[in-house]
Write a protein that binds this ligand. Structure first.
Ligand code: 1HA
Length: 270
């Protein structure tokens, strides 16, 4: 596929093709483990994808076919977080998880090889996960001295159930693609050489649908789980729709024209 680079980065590849933005971690020598810079670049790309009106769907993936992402780069893990050039310890992947959840467009994890640790959590928070047959899933926190008790625990439990989520975290075993499919952790498993083709096919099916309907559904799925913050997102979308109406425009116009608003002509639906 003729992906065109949207912006050049050091540790990711950010590209565009027919309504789809692809954010791909480019550290295959480290099984696509992320540093603070990788995450910063992914965050910026996600924001660009959000603002870009051409983009209807985002694919999150990793280069090389051997790993989606193996989590935080343990070689830069320091005192209180992962340390970048500025020497400041960070857990900035948590902000990226929030962005994936908040962006009002579907985000699809395209998983080849390992999705492990913080890399596993990244695919978990995506809306859809498509796995290659070589995909392997698992958490490692309790083995390497870490844990993600946020979406990594609570949302994982919503996806696979409480018993399975506790097993995944407490035992730190790895699961193959078929096992992941069986527990509802991924949507589909395909041969590695069909992974991108299938993912694009799924993206195209979503791109043919009403963007506002998809947006409202994503907000609604989140709202049930995210409490006040989830309702804020859904309510914001309700305001967006209201701003499109003549009724809302009458309020604004009356203010600008320094007159009393006349809402009498608008229906009072049962
Ligand atoms: O838990 C959190 C957080 C929680 C709250 C808030 C923020 C968080 C942020 C991050 C995280 C975490 O991600 S903790 C979990 C960190 N990740 C791991 O424990 C996975 C470590 N990697 C592995 O277990 C394995 O490498 C693997 C199962 C993914 C692949 O195994 P394989 O195919 O045998 O390859 P391997 O030889 O181990 O790896 C290839 C190279 O990549 C090795 O380097 P080399 O010896 O060639 O120099 C290996 O060291 C490197 N590598 C792989 N994963 C990582 C890594 N280097 C640093 N960090 C890694 N995560």
């Amino acid at each position: 596929y003729p992906w065109e680079v949207i912006k050049e980065y050091k540790e990711i590849i950010f590209s565009y093709y027919e309504g789809i933005a692809k954010i791909s971690i480019n550290r295959p020598h480290k099984r696509n483990a992320f540093t603070p810079l990788t995450v910063k670049e992914m965050s910026e790309a996600m924001e660009i994808a959000r603002q870009d009106e051409r983009v209807g769907v985002v694919i999150l993936t990793g280069e090389g076919g051997e790993a989606f992402c193996s989590g935080g780069d343990q070689s830069v893990r320091g005192h209180g977080g992962y340390i970048g050039e500025d020497q400041v310890p960070r857990l900035n992947v948590l902000d990226l998880q929030m962005q994936i959840r908040r962006i009002p467009k579907p985000v699809v994890a395209m998983v080849a090889g390992y999705a492990i640790g913080g890399g596993h959590v990244l695919h978990v928070v995506c809306d859809i996960s498509i796995a290659a047959e070589n995909a392997r899933f698992g958490q490692t926190g309790p083995k390497v001295g870490s844990f993600d008790g946020g979406f990594g625990a609570s949302y994982l439990a919503r996806v696979v159930g409480q018993k399975k989520a506790r097993e995944i975290w407490f035992l730190c075993d790895q699961y193959n693609a078929q096992e992941a499919l069986d527990m509802g952790l991924v949507n589909k498993v395909v041969p590695l050489d069909k992974l991108e083709e299938t993912t694009i096919e799924w993206c195209r099916k979503m791109l043919e649908k009403s963007p506002i309907a998809l947006r409202m559904l994503k907000a609604a799925f989140n709202a049930e789980l995210d409490g006040q913050a989830g309702i804020q997102q859904l309510a914001g979308d309700a305001t967006l729709l209201y701003y499109l109406s003549e009724e809302a425009k009458e309020g604004k116009n009356a203010f600008l024209e320094k007159r009393k608003p006349d809402f009498s002509k608008f229906p009072k639906f049962p």
